[in-house]
Design a protein around this ligand. Structure first.
Ligand SMILES: Cc1cc2nc3c(=O)[nH]c(=O)nc-3n(C[C@H](O)[C@H](O)[C@H](O)COP(=O)(O)O)c2cc1C
Length: 221
């Protein structure tokens, strides 16, 4: 598989088969992704690979807290507090695409709520990855981390696996760190669901659009 194909095939997958993924597959993917660049080759990534009972403990824990009404909060500000265009309209379109594919009405709060809860289960994926960053590292490491995370997703495509990067899995950092035994001070960047795509699931049937390159690039000579 070439890189262009992998870039185009990768998509956020929100329904997985319960077919298991081997430790060797995950190790291969992480090993490939570790070739990602990072400033001064600092390689700031620390990954928790969570499966089985530990995954169930984490996912049910997150769901419970959420259902109790605790909205949690990430270790850092990922999204803007006040959205502005053009990002606001792209974000709205993203939600419309998801909910219209699932035939969930805008006003159907219950179904939208349950769809959100699916986030805390990694949409049924057998493997969850949690990405941690040493708090001594600064903003640049988030840039490095993005490259590492995309590398994981592309290597997963080559393995025939699907992924969904998830900020939602970073919403209850205290719980995750406690259950996995990480230091309280470490930064939980986000999580990722990894597994085999459920190709029958309608939620996986659409692709998100992209702006034309003319909207975000300027050429100078
Ligand atoms: C860091 C990051 C966090 C994300 N968090 C979530 C999430 O919590 N839940 C979710 O369903 N999708 C999440 N997404 C997926 C985005 O919605 C998705 O990447 C975007 O709509 C583009 O679609 P595509 O990934 O299918 O190309 C996240 C993506 C990134 C890069």
């Amino acid at each position: 598989m070439n890189v262009t194909d992998a870039l185009k095939i990768r998509k956020s997958t929100r329904a997985f088969l319960d077919t298991s993924v081997s430790r060797e597959q995950i190790e291969k993917i992480l090993s490939s992704a570790s070739h990602a660049p990072s400033g001064t080759n600092a390689q700031p990534w620390q990954v928790a690979v969570v499966t089985g009972r530990k995954k169930d403990e984490l996912t049910s824990g997150m769901e419970k807290i959420f259902r109790e009404g605790d909205m949690g909060g990430m270790d850092y500000q990922y999204y803007p507090v006040k959205w502005q265009n053009p990002y606001k309209k792209r974000r709205v379109a993203c939600g419309i695409q998801l909910y219209s594919t699932l035939q969930i009405d805008r006003k159907d709060k219950e179904k939208r709520y349950e769809q959100w809860v699916a986030n805390y289960h990694g949409f049924g994926a057998p493997v969850l990855l949690f990405f941690f960053l040493d708090p001594v590292m600064k903003t640049g490491s988030y840039l490095d981390y993005g490259m590492f995370i995309q590398s994981i997703m592309l290597a997963a495509v080559e393995e025939g696996l699907a992924t969904c990067p998830q900020a939602a899995l970073g919403q209850y950092p205290e719980l995750i760190k406690k259950i996995l035994g990480y230091d309280r001070e470490i930064v939980l960047v986000c999580g990722m669901a990894v597994g085999y795509e459920d190709k029958e699931a309608s939620v996986n049937s659409y692709r998100t659009p992209r702006e034309d390159i003319a909207t975000f690039s300027r050429f100078f000579v």
